[in-house]
Ligand binder design. Structure first.
Ligand code: NAD
Length: 485
């Protein structure tokens, strides 16, 4: 395996605009390892003017990219998939260094993130239209799909590779050019990824990357520029709302992948082994820092004590440490602020009567670690049931019957994903209709797949990434009438 220092040595540190690596006009900023607090690299800080230059490049490349044969676009994505697969270990290590997740999970993200390249390389050549005659018989109706045009992508820090490929791959497949602004906490993976795209044959200007500590100031002028045709954002709901308001000014098309507050409902007829396995994945993957993380464990009264006992036994055994170390299951949270936020949620729950079964403390030292934690008997009204935890805390409440379980599960303004554990198929199918979420896992703790439409309802956002739906976020429907003579 490549050493950390060799990997960092070859990681790009500049902005990528119009096919050139250039310095940022606002100087540089440090990217830190959350496990140690050490600076990994100093990288370019883009100013708002740099952002507009990146948009200029995307606009200049748009017409030619849209006219590039779909098979050529497809081949570039496929080559990128092959290169990423070859370099999986390097990308995994880079993600673990800047984001903190255990290496095994980073490898999983390379596989997941890479699948969007393969999936959309296949979709690029399957964009279809319609042809028919109008009902009057006086005209030919042609319905075709056109690329939307230049896109702006803003991505979060929790999945540094997959959140970028989930947007970039369908946009390229559809014939759109792109400006990407990765999260300032984890920009290195996106920089390394665009370098790989260039090796795969991507023409200049088609993907541009701006890293910045001035997210708001850089993004606003891009969003209000009439040449931009699409904004796709993954991140928190409060920032998403601000961006929707900015986009409304120019009636800009938006996709929003926002926060979650997933219910994990365990019925008394569930297979508890499956439920506990599912809970460990749904809660502790990515150190609890996933939009799809189970936030509220809603367990039917007869099995609640046994479920709590079994998950506590598993959680108490989890190994905490730097993600690069063998056997570590829980890496650091992204920063100290995240630790304080998690601590406050646990303190509030305990003050309102929750029982602390394991964990419940931050870990001393340079990194931002929080011990994996289980709370039971969490009282209604506790902050932890309302807010996205984004940390390794499993909070259990109980319910009496199906109606109450459904009511509690839907009692949130979010609607990204739900998890249901029951051995009763009829009940499972009923839950698909009764739970107000864009996605559901039935007897399973992870649902993400490049072939599936990922996205939420309510304040979890709008639009879908992946699946047959994903490419349509980057296409607009055009109708043409030709008189029948
Ligand atoms: P965040 O909203 O703080 O930041 C996301 C991105 O927005 C970052 O790149 C940040 O620099 C940028 N940003 C912040 N303020 C901005 C502004 N005023 N204008 C323009 N850009 C701005 O979110 P985060 O902390 O990076 O990520 C965690 C959140 O993302 C959680 O709420 C999580 O649920 C959500 N998320 C959702 C999905 C999904 O698919 N639904 C996936 C991953 C994460």
């Amino acid at each position: 395996m490549i050493s950390e220092s060799t990997l960092l040595e070859k990681t790009p540190r500049q902005l990528f605009i119009g096919g050139e690596w250039v310095d940022g006009s606002a100087g540089t900023f440090p990217v830190k390892d959350p496990a140690t607090g050490d600076t990994l690299l100093e990288i370019a800080d883009a100013s708002p003017e740099d952002g507009i230059r990146a948009l200029d490049a995307a606009v200049a490349a748009q017409e030619e990219w849209a006219a590039t044969p779909p098979r050529t676009r497809s081949n570039i994505l496929r080559r990128a998939f092959d290169l990423l697969t070859e370099r999986a270990e390097e990308f995994a290590l880079l993600m673990t260094l800047e984001m903190g997740k255990p290496l095994a999970e980073s490898r999983g993200e390379v596989t997941y993130g890479g699948e969007f390249l393969r999936w959309f390389s296949e979709e690029a050549v399957r964009v279809a239209g319609r042809y028919g005659s109008n009902p009057e018989g006086t005209g030919h109706m042609l319905i075709s799909q056109r690329p939307v045009g230049p896109c702006f992508f803003i991505t979060p820090w929790n999945f540094p590779l997959a959140m970028a490929t989930r947007k970039i791959a369908p946009a390229l497949a559809a014939g759109c050019t792109v400006v990407v602004k990765p999260a300032e906490l984890t920009p290195l993976t996106t920089l390394a990824f665009v370098q790989l795209l260039v090796e795969a044959g991507l023409p200049a200007g088609v993907v541009n990357v701006v890293t910045t500590t001035h997210s708001g100031a850089l993004s606003a002028p891009i969003i209000s520029d009439p040449r931009l045709r699409k904004l796709s954002f993954t991140g928190s709901t409060p920032v998403g709302k601000k961006l929707i308001a900015q986009a409304a000014e120019g009636v800009l098309r938006v996709s929003m992948e926002l926060g979650g507050n997933a219910p994990f409902v365990v019925f008394d007829d569930a297979d508890l082994d499956k439920a506990v396995d599912g809970a460990m994945l749904a809660k502790f993957r990515n150190i609890g820092q996933a939009c799809t993380a189970a936030n509220r464990f809603i367990v039917q009264e007869p099995v609640a004590a046994e479920f709590a006992r079994r998950v506590t036994a598993r959680v108490a055994e989890m190994r905490v440490g730097r993600g690069t170390e063998d056997g570590v299951q829980i890496g650091p949270l992204i920063d100290r602020k995240a630790v304080e936020g998690t601590q406050a949620l646990v303190a509030d729950a305990v003050a309102r009567g929750a029982r602390l079964l394991t964990g419940g403390e931050s870990v001393e030292g340079a990194g931002s670690f929080y011990a994996p934690t289980v709370l039971s008997d969490v009282a209604a009204g506790s902050d932890i049931l309302r807010e996205e935890i984004f940390g390794p805390v499993l909070a259990i409440t109980t319910f009496a019957d199906e109606d109450e379980g459904v009511r509690l599960a839907n009692d949130t303004e979010f609607g990204l994903v739900s998890y249901v554990f029951t051995e009763d198929l009829a009940r499972g199918l009923r839950m698909i209709d009764r739970l107000d979420t864009g996605m559901m896992g039935l007897n399973v703790g992870v649902v993400s797949n490049a072939a599936a439409p990922f996205g939420g309802v309510k304040q979890s956002g709008m639009g879908r990434e992946g699946g047959l739906e994903g490419i349509h976020e980057y296409l607009s429907t055009k109708y043409t009438l030709v008189p029948a003579t």
